[in-house]
Design a protein around this ligand. Structure first.
Ligand SMILES: *[C@@H]1O[C@H](CO)[C@@H](O)[C@H](O)[C@H]1NC(C)=O
Ligand SMILES: *[C@@H]1O[C@H](CO)[C@@H](O)[C@H](O)[C@H]1NC(C)=O
Ligand SMILES: *[C@@H]1O[C@H](CO)[C@@H](O)[C@H](O)[C@H]1NC(C)=O
Ligand SMILES: *[C@@H]1O[C@H](CO)[C@@H](O)[C@H](O)[C@H]1NC(C)=O
Length: 329
């Protein structure tokens, strides 16, 4: 950037050299002394000024984002031009028209968002002179902790991930404390020791989610992830809910299959046991001990025999089919 005076010297030299006078001179436009840090939702003054302004004629001041070249504010032909301004900045960028005479072209940016982080160029044209300065919004200070909006449903015995992600200007590794608590008794969830785990390789991404393993009925409730960093702190809550209805349905199904299993077993055992008892009574009334013992033993052993051959049931299928085949012939 050229200095005003330097420019004059050049003009002087050019005049001395007898050259034609044409100086597209540049003048010093002052910006802030360093990058700016703004709290999320706050306001920030983007400074831009010149020491001396020779004339207000042909004055043009242009504020743009340096990266996208989005026009934030334009002062041209003695007036502000809101129609050429990007809509994102309609209500958020305030230009002090009354300060123009003092060479002050600062812009007040209100309701600062995270995406406002970046560099801004203030360009001033006046007559033959022009100059610019770059203003940087380095950090939009914030700490936003988010989890999941809906409550989580999970079956007893399953594992569940409780989401907790941190969006902050503070890098995740500089966050001082993250605590997971169950809200009822405010007990630290780390008490669950062997049943919880963090995703340590996800922490640099601000993911402080927690995995709760082998969920129990008493795990049902409200969980809170609380994050502290400097003077900032935020929290998110998650409701963990078990599907008890489906649990009992599962239990019912289990009981049903259990009883069906029992039914089958009783079909195998009951008739044989009854026959066995019948022979005992017959033996008592008729007095034939040897026959009673033989028949009883036969009926007691029959279910065992059935169970013993059950695994080979498929081997007989072919035989059965063969028989049918011959019957048809
Ligand atoms: C420019 O104007 C703003 C708003 O009135 C003021 O806050 C700021 O101090 C001024 N800057 C200079 C360099 O005068
Ligand atoms: C947890 O976060 C992941 C990644 O953002 C997302 O895919 C998932 O749906 C979230 N879970 C819940 C229950 O919100
Ligand atoms: C955090 O990391 C875990 C493990 O990779 C993943 O399941 C979960 O969805 C992540 N959560 C978010 C919010 O990104
Ligand atoms: C959790 O955050 C909310 C605002 O997001 C706040 O009102 C509340 O007091 C916080 N809870 C605790 C225990 O800090």
């Amino acid at each position: 950037m050229f200095n005003f005076n330097v420019c004059h010297v050049i003009v002087f030299k050019m005049l001395l050299m007898g050259g034609l006078l044409s100086c597209a001179s540049r003048f010093t436009v002052k910006g802030p002394s360093g990058p700016l840090v703004v709290p999320l939702g706050g306001s920030v003054l983007l400074p831009c000024s010149v020491d001396s302004l020779s004339s207000l004629e042909d004055l043009e001041v242009e504020w743009k984002r340096s990266d996208s070249q989005t026009l934030i504010h334009l002062y041209q032909d003695g007036d502000i031009r809101p129609d050429s301004q990007h809509e994102d900045y309609h209500d958020r960028a305030h230009f002090f028209t009354e300060n123009i005479k003092q060479g002050n072209f600062s812009l007040l940016m209100k309701n600062v968002r995270q995406e406002d982080e970046g560099q801004y160029t203030c360009t001033v044209h006046s007559g033959q002179e022009s100059g610019e300065t770059v203003v940087e919004i380095k950090d939009v200070e914030r700490l936003i902790v988010s989890g999941s909006d809906q409550s989580l449903s999970v079956y007893v015995g399953e594992d569940v991930t409780l989401n907790c992600s941190v969006d902050s200007h503070i890098p995740p590794e500089h966050i001082e404390e993250v605590s997971w608590k169950k809200r009822v008794k405010d007990e630290h969830i780390t008490l669950y020791r062997d049943r919880v785990e963090f995703f340590s390789d996800e922490i640099h991404r601000g993911n402080f989610s927690l995995r709760l393993k082998r969920v129990r009925t008493e795990d049902k409730g409200l969980y809170m992830c609380h994050v502290f960093a400097g003077r900032f702190s935020d929290n998110t809550t998650i409701v963990l809910q078990q599907l008890d209805a489906t649990d009992s349905l599962l239990l019912f199904c289990f009981c049903l299959s259990y009883s069906v299993h029992h039914l089958r077993m009783s079909l195998v055992f009951c008739p044989n046991l009854i026959m066995c008892f019948a022979f005992v009574f017959w033996g008592v009334s008729e007095g034939s001990v040897s026959e009673t013992v033989c028949c009883c033993a036969l009926y007691i052993l029959r279910p065992l025999l059935l169970l013993w051959t059950a695994p080979y049931i498929n081997d007989f299928k072919g035989l059965i089919n063969l028989k049918r085949h011959f019957n048809i012939i």
